[in-house]
Design a protein around this ligand. Structure first.
Ligand code: RP5
Length: 173
């Protein structure tokens, strides 16, 4: 059995630049993952095999990233009761609108948690997966709280920086 608790499926390796923030977040939180390129349309048998064995391999949450007619997340969700988070990739001339609608508009009964299009969605998918895992992992829960605190500090620094610029330009006294 692998130690991975997050399973990641990507429709193509061309999705990697958008998905990179998800990998970075998981690494920063020291959350182990298993990743495969598998497509709902091009390699449906591989998607089915990954999904069917995920639970017994210790996977707790599945991230599914795809662009275009993005059926990957829905197809995965149809074959498992593990939580499935879909990341719409902006891969075509429709800039991800095609994929977000394909991922979000699931028929009642088979839910997919749909994130934002692109890198923000990828980052948030990893954070949401960590939130789910943190329900039964107090160490992870603490790390999430620290992450939020650090974010707060960064926003305050941005606020101070903006005020300094405004003062420097004579726009704020
Ligand atoms: C989707 O088609 C993939 O997830 C990717 O976003 C898009 C294009 O794939 P490639 O033609 O680059 O392999 O299934």
């Amino acid at each position: 059995m692998s130690e991975a608790v997050v399973g990641i499926l990507m429709g193509s390796d061309s999705d990697f630049p958008v998905m990179k923030p998800a990998f970075e977040v998981l690494k920063n939180f020291d959350v182990k993952f298993r990743v495969e390129v598998a497509s709902a349309h091009r390699t449906p048998a591989k998607v089915e095999e990954f999904t069917r064995t995920a639970d017994e391999q210790g996977i707790k949450v599945i991230l599914a990233a795809a662009g275009a007619a993005a059926h990957l997340a829905g197809v995965v969700a149809s074959q498992t009761t593990l939580p499935v988070l879909g990341i719409p990739i902006d891969a075509t001339s429709l800039n991800g609108l095609d994929s977000i609608l394909s991922i979000a508009q699931m028929p009642a009964g088979i839910p997919v948690g749909t994130l934002a299009i692109g890198k923000a969605g990828a980052q948030n998918a990893a954070l949401l997966a960590i939130s789910i895992l943190a329900l039964s992992d107090s160490g992870l829960s603490q790390k999430l709280k620290t992450y939020r605190e650090e974010m707060k500090t960064k926003v305050e620094q941005k606020s101070d920086k903006l005020k300094a610029i405004l003062k420097n330009e004579g726009l704020l006294s």
